[in-house]
Design a protein around this ligand. Structure first.
Ligand code: NAD
Ligand code: MG
Length: 390
């Protein structure tokens, strides 16, 4: 029996992971499930899967969680530290699917216990890629990608020599506003930005797909995970979301990964790696689909892509600044305090202001430094938004 934990179990990735595990309960011992506000779902899944512990991020929900688990053998816990402690419980495979920079410390704790970390939480690589990789190495842990593009690249590299890789192309659907007139983006509403043409995902990543901040983060994630220079990483708009990524080799070959837009593929690949097992995903009928289309991404429409290139060039803690500023701007957009197109303006301004204080960004990459710069960048983002509003 494999010991597994799911961090962010109540979210979109977490629920897809549970779907796969619940199909073969005899194969898994669930150590820990974590969530935040949705304690009813968390408790129901923990009972159903017979988890050792269920943890909510919110201290004030501990009693609710206890009540929902009453009569079961599942232990209840609450708070940020309790999530880190749950992540540190010995497990063979841990899914990192908390949204945002909040996923970093639990992911590091999971790596430090030495198993496999299946990484959906791209923010950990954006904020602290080098720290994630060195922690994995130090503890003999394995990091496997779950973001669909990175899983596709990873699969395209099996049996290949990295020295023969010329370029990596990650695809982007273009999100909700691919075909909108650019002038109209300032008027995009929260509801419009929260619906994705192809993928069913959490609200934050759906909005990040419309703004391309998601792809911007994935550029940085690609650089960190695969260790390739930024100039060798490209974004290609592909509205059908069937090719997830391509790897280009020095002999001119392009290996494309084609599959349905269903995260259970990438999750299942990471769950069963290095084997391929049967997965409950649709089999594509390409004759029925007929054609696939591609476009170059427009950096005027999606300034986030240009910002990601700057962050990759700067390196160090610039990714942590970028991510935190983006999270703060996204919070403000969700609260309907700023407009859709202002998110990129805010992030750019925070990057400019904070790179002036470059000793911050050149600082050593420790969890404390990342947390500190994350805090400063959120503060700076709020200051920028306040001055724009005033
Ligand atoms: P989601 O919003 O659906 O779920 C997020 C999970 O994190 C929930 O379980 C929630 O309870 C938990 N959480 C939220 N705030 C927390 C906090 N402060 N502390 C602890 N837990 C907290 O998000 P999602 O769409 O499942 O995405 C999860 C991660 O996977 C993100 O990093 C996202 O970018 C990445 N990802 C998602 C998809 C997708 O298809 N949904 C695809 C690729 C990558
Ligand atoms: Mg992705």
């Amino acid at each position: 029996m494999r010991r597994v934990s799911i961090l962010g179990a109540t979210g979109s990735i977490g629920q897809n992971t549970i779907d796969l595990i619940a199909r073969a309960p005899e194969d898994y011992h669930v150590m820990a499930l974590t969530g935040a506000g949705n304690v009813a779902q968390l408790a129901a899944d923990a009972r159903r899967l017979g988890a050792d512990v269920a943890v909510t991020a919110h201290d004030h929900l501990l009693e609710d969680l206890r009540a929902a688990l009453a009569g079961s053998a599942v232990e209840a816990a609450a708070g940020t530290q309790a999530i880190i402690d749950a992540a540190a419980r010995p497990a063979d495979w841990v899914m990192s699917a908390i949204v945002g920079a909040a996923g970093l410390a639990p992911g590091l704790a999971a790596l430090a216990q030495g198993g496999t970390l299946a990484l959906a939480n791209k923010e950990s690589l954006v904020c602290a890629g080098q720290l994630m990789l060195t922690t994995a190495k130090t503890h003999n842990a394995r990091l496997l990608p779950v973001d669909s593009e990175h899983s596709a690249v990873f699969q395209g590299l099996v049996g290949e020599d990295m020295a023969a890789v010329e370029r990596i192309i990650i695809t982007a659907s273009g999100g909700a506003f691919r075909d909108w007139p650019i002038e109209k983006l300032a008027k995009a509403t929260l509801a419009e930005a929260s619906s994705h043409p192809n993928w069913d995902m959490g609200q934050r990543i759906t909005i990040d797909s419309a703004s391309m901040f998601n792809k911007a983060m994935e550029l940085i994630e690609t650089k960190e995970f695969f260790g390739v220079p930024p100039a060798q990483i490209e974004v290609l708009v592909h509205p059908e979301s069937l090719i997830h990524a391509m790897v280009g080799f020095r002999d001119g070959a392009l290996m494309a990964h084609v599959g349905p837009p269903d995260m259970r593929h990438a999750i299942g690949y990471a769950l069963h790696w290095p084997e391929r097992r049967n997965l409950p995903v649709e089999r594509l009928d390409l004759a029925q689909i007929g054609q696939l289309s591609f476009q170059a991404p427009c950096e005027t429409r999606w300034p986030a892509l240009r910002l990601a290139r700057e962050v990759m060039e700067t390196g160090g803690l610039a990714g942590a600044v970028f991510n935190a500023a983006k999270e703060a701007a996204l919070d403000a957009f969700i609260a309907e305090e700023i407009r859709f197109n202002e998110m990129a303006i805010v992030v750019e301004e925070v990057l400019t202001r904070m790179s002036a204080a470059s000793d911050h960004i050149a600082g050593e990459m420790t969890l404390d430094n990342v947390a500190q710069i994350d805090h400063l960048a959120r503060q700076e983002a709020r200051a920028v938004m306040k001055s724009r509003a005033g």
